[in-house]
Every structure is written in structure tokens, then in C-alpha cells.
Design a protein around this ligand. Structure first.
Ligand SMILES: NC(=O)C1=CN([C@@H]2O[C@H](COP(=O)(O)OP(=O)(O)OC[C@H]3O[C@@H](n4cnc5c(N)ncnc54)[C@H](O)[C@@H]3O)[C@@H](O)[C@H]2O)C=CC1
Ligand SMILES: N[C@@H](CC=O)C(=O)O
Ligand code: NA
Length: 435
């Protein structure tokens, strides 16, 4: 299997859809360049697809529907671009246990099974690389794992799902409808095979789990991540945000939280937020992704670029493939995963957040005081209040200071039941402003 003797690095490509077809194209078109960079030819030895008869454009002698057999064949590296958990998990474990390296973009799999996959890679001395799994083309996982390995990361926050950002950007700028924008995102190759993974926040939650694990040297799985998608974001929310000079984004937020007694935990969450239109994340449109990283010594860093689509994602896959090939040529392997800190995950209810609450209330003396009292009863401090009168109704906008999320949720629940409250127009968490 070793290629230290200068033999070609033989690659099995599993899946040749939106991303896989671009990987196959780049591997073929840039064969000479890649060989020069890797130190040996990087040879496409086989391509597994569900229906080989549907791919007249691909070299027919390489095609197979039997991915398991291709994994077992004489190949050095598996590039997995099929997606989903099984049978992919079994294929990749088989490959790793036989010492074959793996490059994958499969965040759904990694966010639940990275411990098992990394252990298999470690035991066999193989590489397991997945830069394409988070924020597509943007080099983000390698900087977290390698460049920032000597620093102490405190926060990773950003837009990590292109499909939902594409939809929210369109709703904000043109007022376009939700369904038509989602169809367009699927047509452009941004959405997952089942787009509910995007709109319900599962895809972003998987990415948050991968980011939190790497940033905080701990094991965070997708099921540890608090998840809310964008299907509940209404035109009232967008309008309420606009009226206050804010916009709505779906963010993944991973934080190191230090309790009063000094103990540390990790908070990982995905939900829609209002951010000021002047915030750098507010200007990130379409399927672009952007991620802020805060570290003790480095300060603030921002990573920006194309987070979805065939060619951008293929760029990250090819980068990993060249790294794996180089390691094969030199006879070593790349940096391992580190989960030594083993920090616990903090429940969402105990995570400090801030809320924006927009209400229509009866325009009578004392109503504002009654509403404010409910916040006080739950220990929630108000940062700003704005009131506008409209005939017998007043529109009230309240922004809180930081408070445990459970206290904020309970406050909003109680306010919704008050007689003087005609309608709870919009409730959303706020980020990117001084608390
Ligand atoms: N499309 C995008 O923008 C991005 C996708 N990803 C990830 O990349 C992976 C692939 O995504 P896409 O290319 O969009 O998917 P896709 O649906 O376009 O392609 C999937 C490919 O897998 C093949 N396949 C499915 N079942 C198979 C089986 N049992 N045996 C052999 N081949 C099989 C299909 O024939 C197809 O060629 C997924 O894990 C996805 O989450 C990651 C980042 C961005
Ligand atoms: N469906 C994903 C693709 C990239 O990971 C997205 O929309 O971001
Ligand atoms: Na990336």
C-alpha cells in the first residue's frame, strides 16, 4: 500500500453527484499539477455511483455500483461524496481499518461517528480529513486544528449553511417567498438531498458539532447541539428586524462558557438571530458562509467564502486529497484529532442569550409597567424599550440584557398569556451587539 517508492496514489471516488463530479473533473484536468504537488501521480482508480447507466459522461471502465467492493479493492485513498450514515459508515470503517486514508465531506456522519472513525484511523495509522464538511471551500478546519493549536479558542460563530442563508438573504432583500427560493437553492446544488436537513437546521447543527469538537478539544455530537431552523422565521420577523436596523441570519454559535466557580463547558447552538445590519455577518449574502473565531492570543479572526456548491466544495476535497497523497508519499500521516479537554456540553436553558421581543399591546396607562414586571419576575434585565402608538394598540419592542435562555423563554411564554398583550409579533435572539 505504501507509495514511498513513488508509485501512484490510487483513489476510489464514492459518489459522483454535485460535488463528486467536480472532484472527478479536477482530478482529470489537473492530473499533472496534482502529481507535482503530491510527489506522485494521483490516479482515479474507480468511481462508485448508484446508477452507472446514468453516467455516459464518465470513463465507463471506472464505473461501478458496488461501492463496498471498490473500497476493498487495491486503492490507497477513499474519497467519500455519497452522504448519509449507512452504508457509508461501514465502508469508511472498513477502509480505515485496512489502513486506507479517507477524505469526506459528510458532516452528517462525522458529527455523530467521528470518535469511532478517528479511532479506526489512529489504530491503522491512516488519515481522516474532512475540510469540505464545514463551510465548503473555506479553509476553516485545518486552521482550527493546526494553525490555532497553540491558542485558546473562546468562540466560533458564523453562517455555515448556504441554503438557508440564500433563502434568508432573498427574503430580506426582495421579499421573495420561502418555497420558490428553496427550489432555486436546490437547483444550484446548494441544498442537501433532503433539503429539510438545511431548513430545519440539522446540517448547521452537524457543522456546529464538528467546529465545537475541534475548537474546544472535546467530543460534541450533533445531538448535543441545540437546533432551531428557519421554517419559523416569518415576514413579521424580517420586518421587525428591518425596522430596527437589523437582519435575520441562521447562526451556529459555539462558545466556551466559564461558570462562577471556574468550571468550563461548551455551549453549541444553531438558531435564527437578529444582528445589526452594520455587523460583518449581515453583509454575507447568497450561499456564502462566514465564520468568526475568537481566541485569547489571536483575537478575532474571520473566514469567508463559498460554503456550498460543487466546485467550491471540490476545492476543499482536492486540498485534503493532496495532503493525504503527500503523507502517503512520505510514509507518514497528518495531525490527529484531539479530544483531551473533554469539556461537558452546557444545556441550552443555562446558556446566556439575549432576546428581542416585539409585541402589540393595549394602549392603556400602566401596560408597559406590567410587561416590564414579568421580565423582572424572571430575573431578566431590559436593555432597551421602544414604543409606538397606533389607535388603541401600542407596538412595543423590548431588547434584553444577557440572561439564561430558559428564563427568557419562560418570560415570553408568560407575556403571551397576558390580557393586555394583543399579539406577540416576533421573538428572536439577538447577537452582535454590546450586552
Ligand atoms: N452539495 C454541496 O454543496 C455540499 C455537499 N456536501 C456533502 O457532500 C456529500 C455529497 O453531496 P452532493 O454531491 O451534493 O450529493 P449528490 O446527491 O449530488 O450525490 C450523491 C452521489 O452518491 C451516489 N450514491 C448514492 N448512493 C449510493 C450508493 N449506495 N452506492 C454508490 N453511490 C451512491 C449517487 O449516485 C450520487 O452520485 C454529502 O455528504 C453532502 O452533505 C458538503 C458540502 C457542500
Ligand atoms: N447543504 C449545505 C451544503 C454545504 O455544506 C449548505 O447549504 O450549506
Ligand atoms: Na471548509
Amino acid at each position: 500500500m505504501s507509495t514511498a517508492d513513488g508509485k501512484a496514489v490510487r483513489v476510489a471516488l464514492l459518489g459522483c453527484g454535485t460535488v463528486g463530479s467536480e472532484v472527478a473533473r479536477l482530478l482529470t484536468e489537473q492530473a499533472d499539477e496534482l502529481a507535482a504537488r503530491a510527489g506522485a501521480p494521483v490516479e482515479l482508480a474507480g468511481i462508485a455511483v448508484r446508477r452507472p447507466d446514468k453516467h455516459p459522461e464518465l470513463p465507463q471502465h471506472l464505473l461501478t455500483a458496488d461501492a463496498a467492493a471498490l473500497v476493498e479493492s487495491d486503492v490507497d485513498v477513499i474519497v467519500e461524496l455519497v452522504g448519509g450514515i449507512e452504508p457509508v459508515r461501514t465502508w469508511l470503517l472498513t477502509a480505515l481499518r485496512k489502513g486506507k486514508s479517507v477524505v469526506t465531506a459528510n458532516k452528517a456522519l462525522l458529527s455523530e461517528y467521528s470518535a469511532e472513525l478517528s479511532e479506526a484511523a489512529d489504530s491503522a495509522g491512516a488519515d481522516l480529513f474532512f475540510e469540505a464538511a464545514v463551510a465548503g471551500a473555506i479553509p476553516l478546519l485545518r486552521p482550527l486544528r493546526e494553525s490555532l493549536a497553540g491558542d485558546r479558542i473562546t468562540k466560533v460563530m458564523g453562517i455555515v449553511n448556504g441554503t438557508t442563508n440564500f433563502i434568508l438573504s432573498a427574503m430580506d432583500s426582495t421579499g421573495a417567498g420561502y418555497a420558490e427560493t428553496l427550489d432555486e437553492a436546490s437547483r444550484l446544488g446548494y441544498a442537501e438531498a433532503d433539503p429539510t436537513a438545511d431548513v430545519d437546521g440539522y446540517d448547521a447543527a452537524s457543522k456546529a458539532a464538528i467546529l465545537a469538537s475541534l475548537a474546544f478539544h472535546s467530543r460534541v455530537t450533533a445531538s448535543d447541539v441545540h437546533r432551531e431552523g428557519i421554517s419559523g422565521v416569518t415576514s413579521s420577523d424580517i420586518a421587525a428586524a428591518k425596522a430596527l436596523g437589523r437582519t435575520v441570519k441562521l447562526l451556529a454559535i459555539c462558545e466556551r462558557v466559564t461558570a462562577d466557580d471556574g468550571t468550563e463547558s461548551v455551549s453549541a447552538r444553531v438558531h435564527p438571530v437578529m444582528i445589526p445590519r452594520s455587523h460583518p455577518l449581515a453583509g454575507v449574502g447568497g450561499a456564502f458562509n462566514a465564520v468568526f473565531v475568537e481566541a485569547d492570543a489571536a483575537g478575532e479572526l474571520m473566514f469567508y467564502g463559498q460554503g456550498a456548491g460543487g466546485a467550491p466544495t471540490a476545492s476543499a476535497v482536492l486540498g485534503d486529497l493532496v495532503a493525504v497523497a503527500r503523507n502517503r508519499v512520505l510514509g507518514g500521516r497528518g495531525p490527529r484529532e484531539s479530544a483531551h479537554a473533554n469539556l461537558p456540553v452546557r444545556p441550552m436553558g443555562q446558556t446566556p442569550t439575549r432576546y428581542h421581543v416585539s409585541l402589540d399591546v393595549a394602549d392603556r396607562p400602566g401596560v408597559l409597567a406590567q410587561v416590564a414586571q414579568v421580565f423582572a419576575d424572571h430575573g431578566v434585565s431590559i436593555a432597551a424599550v421602544r414604543q409606538r402608538d397606533r389607535l388603541s394598540t401600542a407596538s412595543l419592542v423590548i431588547v434584553t440584557h444577557l440572561a439564561p435562555d430558559a428564563a427568557l423563554e419562560a418570560t415570553v411564554r408568560e407575556i403571551g398569556k397576558m390580557d393586555v398583550v394583543r399579539e406577540v409579533v416576533s421573538v428572536m435572539r439577538v447577537e452582535g451587539e454590546d450586552a
